[in-house]
Ligand binder design. Structure first.
Ligand code: C2E
Ligand code: MG
Ligand code: MG
Ligand code: MG
Length: 292
């Protein structure tokens, strides 16, 4: 409650705002510097087949190494990168890292796995980014390995993304994945107008799914619609055995991601003894939940 007459409150309020503005400027500065110095790296999280425990694909999740060497998760900087118009450059850095690491990716996760890259809805809507990005994916020589993950917002109104970019990407063999499905603005029926290969059910529906009949109902609806539309379903954010057991027993969902299987991991972590794909599979499947 800020009253103009109350000078104390106002002073406090404005210094808090100043503090916030200052903090934001610091993040902005460090983000610009990090881009210039290419201080980004990717962690990779497996998409696991919950029937066979095989790895179907991996998702690249960007991390920033700040100037003190501390690793920062994207929650702290992605939105700002979008606002500042730095996200396109960042996405190309992610692709560069994948291309550079492809041998290690193959040795670790297998040669057949898909490789997902997240693209912000704003980028997806911008053909001036997406056209060259599609060309960059194609020029890796392995475009069929890639999937682009984008939230449902990108599809809400008919857009360049849906009408032009999706066919362009699919035309070169790149898969389309709808990320965080269920928390955006599109209705279930909007799914019918979307051309995508994969739909990822947001973590919020998966948490404690075994105890939440409403989430179970939503899951069933998404599942049957996705089946009718020929889309693969992935459950995001499996953290417990109970959640997994529910999916296995009560649904036909075949794929999942989550800390229960594996945290996002840096490839360098695996370098000392590069496991064969099958060993990586087992170690991921049996990996206990651990702190970052
Ligand atoms: P996302 O694409 O939905 O990725 C899933 C996020 O959930 C990741 O967080 C992942 O580490 C986390 N996660 C996975 N399994 C579990 C689990 O079992 N429990 C919990 N609590 N969390 C889990 P992360 O890496 O912090 O990334 C956050 C978001 O940042 C991503 O959400 C994605 O939207 C965005 N992002 C990441 N990398 C990029 C990128 O290169 N470009 C763009 N535009 N966005 C990115
Ligand atoms: Mg994603
Ligand atoms: Mg997601
Ligand atoms: Mg997300």
């Amino acid at each position: 409650r800020v009253k103009n007459s109350d000078k104390g409150t106002l002073a406090f309020f404005s210094s808090a705002m100043e503090h916030e503005a200052l903090a934001r400027m610091k993040v902005e500065q460090s983000l610009r510097l990090a881009i210039l110095e290419k201080r980004f790296c990717c962690a990779f999280q497996a998409k696991v087949d919950i029937r066979t425990e095989e790895i179907k694909g991996i998702e690249a999740l960007v991390r920033l190494r700040d100037n003190e060497g501390v690793i920062q998760a994207p929650g702290a900087f992605i939105n700002l990168a979008v606002e500042l118009g730095l996200i396109d450059e960042l996405t190309h850095l992610v692709l560069d890292e994948i291309v550079k690491s492809i041998d290690l990716i193959n040795e670790t996760f297998g040669h057949e796995t898909t490789i997902s890259i997240n693209v912000a809805a704003k980028q997806a809507a911008n053909p001036d980014f997406m056209r060259p990005f599609a060309r960059a994916l194609e020029s890796t020589g392995f475009p069929k390995r890639f999937m682009v993950e984008v939230t449902e917002d990108a599809f809400v109104t008919r857009s360049h993304f849906q009408d032009e970019i999706v066919p362009l990407l699919r035309g070169i063999g790149v898969g389309i994945s709808i990320d965080d499905f269920g928390i955006g603005y599109s209705s279930l029926s909007a799914l019918a107008d979307i051309t995508a290969d994969e739909i990822k059910i947001d973590r919020s529906f998966i948490t404690d799914i075994h105890k939440r009949p409403r989430s179970q109902g939503i899951l069933r609806a998404i599942e049957s619609l996705s089946e009718a539309l020929g889309m693969t379903v992935i459950a995001e954010g499996i953290e417990s055995f109970e959640e997994l057991a529910y999916l296995q027993a009560a649904t036909k969902i075949r794929y999942a991601q989550g800390y229960y299987f594996s945290r996002p991991i840096f490839l360098e972590e695996l370098k000392p003894a590069i496991p064969l794909a099958s060993e990586a599979r087992m170690s991921l499947a049996s990996r206990p939940v651990q702190e970052n």
